[in-house]
Design a protein around this ligand. Structure first.
Ligand code: ATP
Ligand code: MG
Length: 727
């Protein structure tokens, strides 16, 4: 999805240090060759900041000025760090450490803990929010789900700004924070939370940085050892450094000055966590000898995308905006950004999926397409729509499959069962084929043939186990002779290659998680007042951060950019929403800066009426008649907890049939039909095409393709399978 992935198809290591500089413009070269003293690169999105620092490290290593092991490159996410390591290898500079602040700190802490404190480093707490909930309960403070999330965020903020519980109320007031609860209550919960962690001997994410800072501050001998190891520091996305990360960086650096930072104040999007662009913008004050370099050429996006990005920045206000840098596109012209208005959210998701299909059909690879939204909860309706359209997708920001605790645990159990063999393991006594053996083993850990009701952690866990069961089924079909031990070997191999049992697809990600990335085609969805800016952004500063978030989104696109919104949340709902104010004066027909009416804009042309769907009344539960708002429930046509009249045998046959289709077409099963759609079919048992197509998730395309077979299954036929030709 990024340039790195593009060029890594045929990596060619540059022949010399000087060859590393080929392909850099004069200013980027200046960055790459400024190998001593403090360096600060201030530049807009897509101008090659990340590329320039990667080449700088490679040039330093290849020219012998920098020892690979003495360089620590700090990036914002593990993924970015992984990508940087890959790029460095391609440039002939493997062996350089590229990490996040967190992972670099964790590594040092693990190494020095026995010496600094004794014993092993305490375990990292897995579900922080649960501990916060417990702490609140002990303080006799009732928090609903949203408050719990907000109070947790406050605790995180307090920790990265190194604020102790007693000081939180004053610090929050001073920082002008919009506090979710009485600050004195939050301070009590925070204090109790810290107490609970101490009692249980666990630490949290923020503690990793706090403890590392503590050790480096108190133990000069350890600080010296770390400083002997790392002599040169490079930090990407420096506009989002938190005070705690900055402190850690200073401790790493000591009294030396080999520090290169790059950033773009207009992309500051983590202020809410305590991050601030001040360190970037004041770099010269702190390091008077610093070389400051500006890059203005945008290599990523077309003039059309860049024009919109510049337009957004023109409207920006505040400190970061004073430092905005007008971008100049270096690419040939491309299509104008599209603006699409829809009646409701499912229609917006379907419209997006349809457009993605068109792009795929025109040859844009799925991995070059992204759908970006403001909050993760928006993903569900897009997951459904893409699955219904047969488009593979992946969620960014979700934990890697093989790293999830339940998957690791399942792996251990399967290994144990493989070792014990079916003769000695009573669980396996009745299971005569590999999939049944796997089902039997995972059944002891929460796998059931039916998904549990509702969503949340239990459902997530079930989904992971179900994915393993499906993987075992696919594996057994491909290798009928294989046993449990072969499957375990296969899982190991996939885990080390990090192939989750899904295919590379369209990326679904939050705007925050999209930072630093790029795609050929980007869909910015849900752009309504209330979502962007999000309702809880109230102060001018918070609103500006929301605008920057949109700027980050827009500048992720190389070529195709679509911005869309829906006038109501649910089908048939009141069209009370308005498109984001940030688009005023930018989208065709809208007035700047006063909010314009979306309908008027559409009437003036320029905006696509993306909604070609027949207007239906509100979706209602077919059991109790309640109006449905949840996308999954709309699909089922009933409330999650209303009784289901499921034909279980039919559901099983449909799943078997789907697995076989998936195998034959080489697609993941959810691309044929999602579990929800199969459930809805097994509940409705349609007898005709007309009845079948009424089920959400069965569009015209799917009806043509699979309709006859699905109706045959509903009429009682058995699924055909190559492994069972007798059927
Ligand atoms: P962001 O602010 O979003 O992090 P960035 O400034 O780090 O962006 P990069 O990701 O380094 O920008 O580069 C953007 C794109 O432009 C990449 O695909 C990169 O390979 C390409 N690019 C950068 N510099 C050049 C150049 N001199 N010639 C050709 N392509 C370039
Ligand atoms: Mg970058």
């Amino acid at each position: 999805m990024t340039a790195a992935t593009h060029s890594s198809l045929f990596p060619q290591v540059p022949a010399s240090a000087d060859a590393v500089l080929d392909g850099l413009d004069p200013e980027q070269r200046e960055v790459a060759t400024a190998l001593s003293g403090p360096v600060c690169v201030l530049a807009g999105a897509g101008t090659g900041k990340t590329r320039a620092i990667t080449h700088r490290i490679a040039y330093g290593v290849r020219s012998g000025v920098l020892q690979p092991a003495s360089v620590l490159a700090v990036t914002f996410t593990n993924r970015a760090a992984g990508e940087m390591r890959g790029r460095l290898r391609q440039l002939g500079a493997g062996g350089v450490q590229a990490r996040t602040f967190h992972s670099a700190a964790l590594r040092q802490l693990q190494y020095f803990w026995p010496k600094a404190v004794g014993g092993e480093l305490p375990r990292l707490v897995e579900r922080k929010i649960q501990v916060v909930a417990e702490a609140a309960a002990r303080c006799r403070i009732r928090l609903d789900r949203n408050e719990l999330r907000d109070v947790t965020a406050e605790i995180e903020w307090a920790k990265v700004t190194q604020t102790v519980p007693e000081d939180y109320p004053a610090a929050a007031a001073k920082a002008g924070r919009e506090v979710p609860r009485d600050p004195a209550e939050t301070a009590r919960v925070y204090g109790m939370y810290e107490q609970l962690k101490r009692d249980r001997g666990v630490i949290d994410f923020e503690d990793v940085l706090l403890l590392t800072v503590g050790v480096l501050q108190d133990r000069h001998d350890i600080a010296e050892t770390v400083r002997r190891q790392y002599q040169h520091f490079v930090v990407d996305e420096y506009q989002d450094v938190s005070p705690l990360q900055q402190r850690l960086l200073e401790l790493w650096l000591g009294d030396r000055d080999s520090l290169c930072v790059v950033g773009d104040a207009s992309q500051t999007i983590y202020s809410f966590t305590g991050a601030t662009p001040d360190h970037l913008l004041n770099f010269r004050t702190r390091h008077p000898r610093a070389t400051v370099i500006r890059l203005v050429r945008d290599y990523r996006s077309t003039p059309q995308v860049v024009h919109l990005a510049n337009g957004l920045l023109t409207q920006a206000r505040g400190r970061a905006a004073e430092h905005r840098l007008e971008l100049i596109s270096q690419r040939p012209p491309g299509p104008e950004p599209r603006y699409a208005e829809f009646a409701d959210e499912p229609a917006e998701a379907e419209g997006t999926a349809r457009r993605i299909r068109e792009l795929l059909d025109s040859g844009v690879p799925a991995s070059e397409i992204a759908v970006l939204y403001r909050i993760n909860a928006q993903s569900e309706v897009y997951e459904q729509a893409l699955a219904d359209a047969g488009v593979p997708y992946q969620l960014r920001g979700a934990e890697r499959f093989f790293e999830r605790p339940e998957v690791r645990e399942a792996g251990l159990l399967l290994r144990g069962a493989a070792r014990a063999g079916s003769h000695t393991d009573p669980q396996l006594a009745d299971a005569d084929d590999l999939p049944s053996q796997v089902r039997a083993v995972l059944g002891t850990r929460g796998w059931t043939p039916e998904p549990p009701a509702g969503s949340g952690a239990v459902r997530d866990r079930w989904e992971s186990l179900a994915a393993l069961v499906r993987l075992a089924e696919d594996f057994a079909r491909a290798r009928p002779q294989a046993g449990l031990a072969d499957l375990v070997a296969e899982l190991d191999e996939r885990a080390s290659a990090q192939h989750a049992p899904t295919v590379e697809g369209v990326t679904l990600a939050s705007l925050h998680a999209a930072k630093g990335l790029e795609w050929d085609a980007v869909f910015l969805v849900g752009l309504t007042e209330g979502m962007l800016p999000i309702t809880y952004a109230k102060t001018d500063e918070q609103i500006e951060e929301e605008r920057r978030l949109l700027y980050v989104g827009v500048t992720r696109a190389r070529l195709h950019l679509t911005l869309s919104w829906a006038l109501s949340r649910t089908p048939g709902g009141r069209p009370s929403r308005r498109p984001s104010r940030f688009l005023n004066g930018l989208r065709p027909g809208s007035a700047a800066p006063r909010p314009g009416s979306a309908a008027a804009a559409a009437a003036q042309g320029g905006i696509e009426r993306g909604d070609r769907r027949r207007r239906r009344g509100p979706a209602r539960c077919r059991v109790c008649g309640r109006t449905l708002t949840d996308a999954g429930e709309i699909k089922l046509m009933r409330c999650e907890d209303c009784p289901s009249e499921l034909d279980e045998a039919l559901y099983e046959r449909l799943r078997d049939w789907r697995a076989e289709q998936a195998r034959q077409l080489g697609q993941p099963a959810f691309c044929i039909f999602t579990d929800k759609t199969l459930l809805a079919i097994a509940e409705a048992v349609p007898g005709t095409e007309a009845e079948l197509v009424c089920i959400s998730g069965v569009g015209g395309r799917k009806l043509d393709r699979f309709g006859a077979e699905v109706l045959a299954l509903c009429a009682g036929a058995e699924p055909t399978s190559q492994n069972s030709p007798e059927k």
